[in-house]
Design a binder for this molecule. Structure first.
Ligand code: TRP
Length: 350
């Protein structure tokens, strides 16, 4: 079995990436990449998985591949250290998925909590496309074909990792122990795990229209921040305010450092002092929103500028995707031979 430290993670290319992706996973990936602790890092653009609920909307998926790649590179994913690849271009993934399908029952798939939620959301409950229902099995192939043991994901992906471990155990018992059980790596704090949208109610999500995108222009970011949901009972500046379910304070929890106070709001030393004042009353929403805007602008400026440079050299971005995909394919084509050997369907090997 593989002994290297290998990370694999991925995203469905169904839209540009936003602040929720950034604090929930992108920032962490870049840190892991630069830590030098891992031998290999695979980042998959999961277009085939995206097709399982967008099979009639292929353009959306195709067009967003490069958008997601731009977001990755702009955030600091370095193609010399991480391998970015496109799922559909690795046919070995389909082969492995087909063998895994034998190891999972229909009722097991129907019990997957993330799948249950998604079926409801997409009104698929009456007639479930089998491709959609079985995508957790295909995701298990994504993870195991690359011998990944560390999977940085959000908590909605825990059922997928659990399903992968079950498949690995079945396969290793039934055939030969060639796979290892992956472990999830969750964001290190709760705020980052579920950043709310600017509506303050739901998780930031493209379909709800409550996102700040990494590629948003400064004026757009400012407008979104100034319109953010705060505490509906904090009507007058003097009123005591609630910081707990207040999106502005949740964002400050995720982004604000003590240095930001020195720079943008020197009347306070740190976030605890600001929160205490808000809770006491006498601190207006506009002031905290302006402060948050300064912080987010500072964080997103270099990302947006880098993204623009990359957009001007789009051929290079496609070349990075092609090289990454070739590299991933090379790994996959070796591993799939091990798989066939383990199952005993290696008819023409010497
Ligand atoms: N299901 C993941 C999502 O919706 C994307 C994904 C596909 C993935 N394959 C993966 C994540 C493998 C981690 C590992 O975000």
């Amino acid at each position: 079995m593989e002994s290297k430290k290998i990370i694999l993670t991925g995203d469905r290319p169904t839209g540009k990436l936003h602040l929720g992706h950034y604090v929930g996973s992108l920032k962490r990936r870049v840190e892991l990449q630069n830590s030098g602790e891992f031998d290999k890092i695979f980042i998959e653009i999961a277009d085939a998985q995206a097709l399982t609920d967008n099979f009639n909307n292929v353009d959306k998926v195709r067009n967003n591949i490069v958008e997601v790649a731009l977001d990755y590179l702009a955030c600091g994913i370095d193609p010399n250290k991480s391998t970015i690849f496109i799922q559909s271009q690795i046919p070995e993934l389909c082969e492995l998925t087909f063998y895994y399908l034998n190891l999972v029952t229909l009722s097991r798939l129907q019990r997957n909590p993330t799948i249950k939620d998604e079926l409801k959301l997409r009104n698929f409950e009456g007639s479930i496309p089998t491709g959609f229902l079985t995508y957790p099995i295909s995701q298990a192939a994504d993870i195991t074909l690359f011998d990944a043991e560390v999977i940085p994901v959000g908590d909605d992906q825990l059922p997928m990792i659990e399903q992968t471990r079950e498949i690995v155990r079945s396969f290793n018992n039934l055939y030969k122990p060639i796979f290892r059980e992956p472990k999830e790596m969750l964001p290190d704090n709760n705020t980052c795990m579920r950043l709310p949208g600017i509506d303050g109610k739901n998780k930031m999500s493209k379909s709800l229209g409550n996102c700040i995108y990494l590629s948003d222009e400064p004026e757009v970011i400012e407008k979104k921040i100034m319109s953010m949901y705060t505490d509906p009972n904090h009507l007058k500046v003097e009123d005591p305010g609630n910081v707990k379910d207040n999106a502005v304070f949740i964002y400050l929890d995720a982004f604000c450092k003590d240095e930001h106070f020195e720079k943008y709001l020197p009347e306070y030393k740190n976030l605890d002092e600001l929160k205490a004042h808000y809770e006491r009353g006498g601190l207006g929403d506009v002031k905290i929103k302006r402060f948050l805007n300064n912080i987010i602008q500072e964080e997103l400026k270099p990302i947006r500028e880098r993204r623009k440079e990359l957009e001007a050299n789009i051929d290079e971005v496609y070349k990075i995707l092609e090289d990454g995909t070739n590299k991933a394919r090379e790994y996959a084509s070796k591993k799939i031979i091990e798989v066939r050997d383990a199952i005993g369907i290696n008819y023409f090997n010497k």
